[in-house]
Ligand binder design. Sequence first.
Ligand code: SAH
Length: 340
Amino acid sequence: MKDIYGMTHENLEQYFLALGEKKFKATQIYEWLYEKRVTSFDEMRNVKKDVITKLKEDFYFGKLTMLERQDDVDVHKYLFELSDGNKIEAVLMNHDYGNSLCVSSQVGCNMGCAFCESGRLKKVRNLETAEMVEQVLQIEQDFGKRISHVVLMGIGEPFDNYDHVISFIRILNHPKGFAIGARHITVSTCGIVPKIEQFMKDENQVNLAISLHAPNNELRSKLMKINRAYPLEKLMPVLKKYIDVTHRRLTFEYILLQDVNDTDECALELAHLLKGMNCYVNLIPYNETSHFEYKKSRQERILNFLDILKKNHIQATIRREFGSKVQAACGQLRSNYEEG
Ligand code: SAH
């Protein structure tokens, strides 16, 4: 038995062809799942009885349980339990341009970034495609409005769960699925170089964000273990190639940690590193957690950092802060829940 929400449209077409049925049945099923949002095969009234019987033998409808929701101004944080008892989070943010959902891709994370709550729990397992799809379905249902944007910036490293993430993106993007445009979907990675190359071939219209957080190897390797495997001299050329091949603007995420990576020198070095690239930098005020001693940079520093980037012709913005009340930093809700 498989979870029906893990099936891409193409997977379902293959399934029906293998049964000797017409492949347009995939579209019929998708309409029931994602337009009409039924939760049983018996409700699919235009599908033949024998096909329904077969579908019931092969598939079930989801196994994710919504445990808790915390609300703050324009931000809603959800905690889910998976069928094996593991817990994950998703965060819904109301922007003026729409509703953006931040989805988790793994239980725990092995990337071991020094400042990140998610990595305090080592990776337990990858999320199945269906477990990502169901975060979107259940939150849309709970919230009662359409999710217009999806970002893979919750718990986990999406490129450490590549195939499931790609299937998830296909379901989000399919016109009979969630019909979310590729440019409204963003994948964020700490910089797994071979997967960036693969992604450039597989999904060249989806937004890519790179968690950079430091302008040189010495500092980046201290903050992000991945930099020891893929240092800047490996990462930067592949990103330049990505921009060339896709003609897309790349996003860099840069958390500002007080007295660690927020100095004028760092800003200048960053401007130098990114010079001439079609990119923009999203400066992220650090969301402090009780488990790490890193501090959020002072407002004046943040503005100063931004100013230096701009003066050096690097496009940059400061990310709007959401939900310190609801512990919106990755992994915080799960972490606090587990600690009781
Ligand atoms: N593993 C992926 C995606 C998940 S994290 C990646 O590394 O990009 C999404 C973003 O939130 C990353 O840029 C991450 O570094 C950042 N982040 C982690 N902890 C944070 C915190 N406490 N405050 C602000 N941003 C944080």
